[in-house]
Design a protein around this ligand. Structure first.
Ligand code: SF4
Ligand code: SF4
Length: 212
């Protein structure tokens, strides 16, 4: 079935170019009104807590290496299958898992945050860094060294205690405490618990009166 749209036109409107005049008046009005778009990159967006940006692997301050134990949970839960991990077991250390390769293909990531929620030892996090686009595809395949470097840079510019910032992301919300592994029973500030949360729709409702 073919559907045709035929706009109604009056002969007077056609002679007087009413549609063109309407369009020009709209353009003129918008020309002198305040822009609603952000003038990026001159004007940077304000990043709020909970923003999911560039991936990082947390550096263990005691060992100086990643906290990752190679459990594979992040790779299994990732909906876009962008985490690749290769391990081997070391008999000399009681079959401890040794990570041969840990890689994240950032181009395929959908920034769902499942990897950081599922990680039993809080080894992976999505940082606030969002400006890391590139024309070079291989540079968006993050290796373990790059992911540790991402953490070092992010932790260095973080204001306030690191734990206070990242704990809410590592602790899945809505789950009873006893179902969480011990490292995930983390203290979370009031603004991140229950109805105190002001994210998504809630955040917009919360802030709309100030914007108008
Ligand atoms: S944020 Fe989601 S899509 Fe991205 S690496 Fe983690 S689990 Fe995968
Ligand atoms: S879930 Fe955490 S510990 Fe397990 S492989 Fe992923 S980053 Fe490493």
């Amino acid at each position: 079935m073919q559907i045709q749209y035929k706009p109604k036109r009056s002969w007077l409107g056609t002679i007087l170019h009413v549609e063109i005049i309407k369009g020009l008046s709209l353009t003129l009005r918008k020309l002198f009104s305040r822009p609603v778009t952000r003038q990026y990159p001159e004007e940077k967006p304000e990043i709020r807590r909970g923003f999911r940006g560039q991936h990082a692997l947390v550096r263990d301050p005691q060992t100086g290496t990643s906290k990752c134990i190679g459990c594979m949970r992040c790779a299994v839960v990732c909906p876009s299958r962008c985490i690749r991990i290769r391990i081997h077991k070391e008999p000399a250390t009681g079959n401890r898992r040794i990570i041969d390769c840990y890689r994240i293909e950032a181009l395929r990531c959908v920034y769902c945050g499942y990897c950081e929620e599922v990680c039993p030892v809080n080894a992976i996090v999505l940082t606030e860094v969002f400006e890391y686009s590139s024309n070079d595809r291989p540079s968006l395949f993050f290796t373990m060294e790059q992911l540790l470097g991402n953490w070092d840079r992010f932790a260095a510019q973080l204001q306030g205690p690191v734990d206070e910032y990242v704990n809410p992301f590592w602790r899945p919300r809505g789950l009873p405490e006893h179902t969480l592994p011990a490292p995930k029973r983390l203290p979370v500030s009031r603004e991140w618990s229950g109805e105190e949360q002001v994210v998504g729709k809630n955040w917009r409702r919360h802030h709309r009166p100030e914007q108008s």
